[in-house]
Design a protein around this ligand. Structure first.
Ligand code: AMP
Ligand code: DBH
Length: 534
């Protein structure tokens, strides 16, 4: 096992193998087996209509793998991958797997303040970017900053015009040794609750299970046409079932550069898309505009919604507005996935966030003291299982708090469970804002705010919002003249904070309300915003 990763205890590992959850296969089988079985079928379609057969994608991944080796990358090296939804993402992903180089999957929205600490934590030796995001942002500028701050990043590879950097590596295919199926294959990012980023190691076998089992409960088949509407680097769009799930059943994958109705509807119609996954604000937007757009969405069978709570009222309108079935997904990059089932009653599909994916998923719902609550009562969800991490990468101190002694991950989510096993997400016990599915660790943003010369103290909370679920409000105590929201966001941007983390509102207080033990009371701060007392 890679240094800094926490393995599953041997007796659990044996059980997961014996019960068939852990196959002795690597993730690469998703591409190599498909290419053998149906080389000439379509595997991947880019937004511009460029199509790749399974054989073409397979050959492309082989060339990239050989190119990586030729460029001096070796097995177990970590590299940062930050690409929009372009075909190169998929080819590079499999090329890296074949070369046993471990990708750290950053989101296109991340900027210097996220990328640099990720490079530092992972000791990344290379950085893969696109020339731009299609909307005017030039990632080569970001790369210039990153290599200056992180000399360990020896090479930058660019999709598109590389400027002073390198094009994507490519060389004549070479024979490469097979990876260990039980070793880490990639790193996902956690939404996080602390001031520093956390990396989630995912092994070949656990992620393969994640993708395949998700594909099964979502009814994926060789006829599935999956639209990647969310960033491909996100666990939801990557493997829940996502693009890897679609590949696991021999379906095809269509890449959308963004999830706007204009872009997505056109692709759904053009490519006869059958299923896609979105966050609640996007689902709301699609439902709002579908009547005014003459797009043919008749092929769409299933809309998956997750990342944040999808309320029952809009959930009940999905079928009549979009003409497809709804599947709620309550997932986490850390592992555990919950899905409503295709044969669930409408009541369950509309009012719950789904039931655990795997019979070996263990769930505990506990009170503030860590004691299990009575069945049906709400409490914090703890979980362990065959695809749930046992520890963040190189984070021993944080792991001691984030996991129980017997290895359960503390999700920080407050849920209650119905007798059917379905969960209803009721809230959160972690210091994080969920802004329409995008997670913002409060502490991280507070640290950035504290760096502002006029900010004496800062506390960030989520304020309820109809569309986003929550928006971000920064409370500050100032020294001297109070800055405006605009000045504060400009300051944060200057520090390289991703746009989705910028506060939506700024409130200046004389001092912060405190709890009985003298901590800042975020509950009281939220009440200041909502006007509720008590
Ligand atoms: P991350 O750890 O960044 O992968 O984010 C996972 C978190 O997103 C979960 O722990 C929940 O807090 C939240 N989440 C994901 N899906 C849902 C959902 N369907 N309903 C409510 N919260 C969700
Ligand atoms: O929010 C998430 O992280 C998430 C939501 C739905 C996720 O990781 C997933 C499905 O796999």
């Amino acid at each position: 096992m890679l240094d800094g990763c926490v393995p599953w205890p041997e007796e659990l590992a044996e059980r997961y193998r014996a019960e068939g959850y852990w196959a002795a296969e690597t993730l690469d089988v998703l591409l190599s087996a498909g290419a053998r079985r149906h080389p000439d079928r379509t595997a991947l379609v880019a937004a511009d209509g460029t199509r790749f057969t399974w054989a073409e994608l397979d050959a492309w991944a082989d060339r990239i793998a050989a190119g990586l080796v030729a460029a001096g990358l070796v097995a177990q090296d970590r590299v940062l991958v930050q690409l929009p939804n372009v075909p190169e993402f998929v080819a590079l992903f499999f090329g890296l797997l074949r070369a046993q180089v471990l990708p750290v999957l950053a989101l296109p929205a991340h900027r210097e303040s996220e990328i640099v600490p990720l490079c530092e934590l992972s000791e990344a030796v290379a950085y893969f970017i696109a020339e731009d995001d299609g909307a005017g942002y030039d990632y080569r500028d970001l790369a210039r900053t990153v290599v200056k701050a992180m000399p360990s990043v020896r090479q930058v590879f660019v999709v598109g015009d590389p400027a002073e950097f390198l094009p994507l590596p490519s060389a004549d295919p070479v024979e490469l040794p097979a990876a260990d199926p039980f070793a880490p294959a990639l790193f996902l990012l956690s939404g996080g609750t602390t001031g520093t980023p956390k990396l989630i190691p995912r092994t070949h076998t656990d992620y393969l299970y994640n993708a395949r089992a998700s594909a099964e409960v979502s009814g994926f088949s060789a006829d599935t046409v999956y639209l990647v509407a969310l960033p491909a680097a996100h666990n939801f769009a990557l493997a829940s079932p996502g693009l890897l799930g679609a590949m696991s059943t021999g379906g095809s994958v269509v890449l959308a550069p963004d999830p706007s109705a204009d872009t997505a509807f056109e692709l759904i119609e053009r490519e006869r898309v059958t299923v896609t996954a979105v966050v609640p604000p996007i689902a709301l937007l699609w439902m709002d505009v579908v009547d005014f757009m003459d797009a043919d969405l008749s092929t769409l069978e299933l809309l998956q919604v997750g990342g944040a709570k999808f309320n029952p009222e809009p959930a009940a309108r999905v079928r009549e507005t979009l003409g497809c079935d709804l599947q709620q997904v309550f997932g986490m990059a850390e592992g555990l996935l919950n899905f409503t089932r295709l044969d669930d009653t409408d009541e369950l599909k509309i009012t719950t966030q789904g039931a655990p994916l795997c019979p070996a998923d263990e769930l505990l719902i506990v009170d503030e003291e860590g004691e299990p609550v009575a069945p049906g009562e709400s409490g914090e969800l703890l979980t362990r299982g065959p695809y749930t991490l046992r520890g963040y990468y190189r984070a021993a101190e944080h792991n001691a708090r984030a996991f129980t002694d017997d290895g359960f991950y503390r999700s920080g989510d407050v849920v209650r469970q119905l007798p059917s096993g379905h969960l209803i997400v009721e809230g959160r016990r972690k210091d994080q804002i969920n802004r329409g599915g995008e997670k913002i660790p409060a502490e991280e943003l507070e640290n950035h705010l504290l760096a502002h010369p006029a900010v004496h103290d800062a506390a960030v909370v989520g304020m309820p919002d109809e569309v986003m679920g929550e928006r971000t409000c920064a409370f500050v105590v100032v020294k001297g003249e109070a800055p405006t929201l605009r000045e504060v966001t400009a300051f944060l941007r200057e520090r390289g904070v991703a746009a989705y983390k910028l506060p939506d509102r700024l409130e200046v207080l004389e001092s912060f309300p405190q709890t009985k033990v003298g901590k800042v009371s975020k509950v009281a701060l939220v009440r200041l915003l909502t006007g509720e007392n008590g």
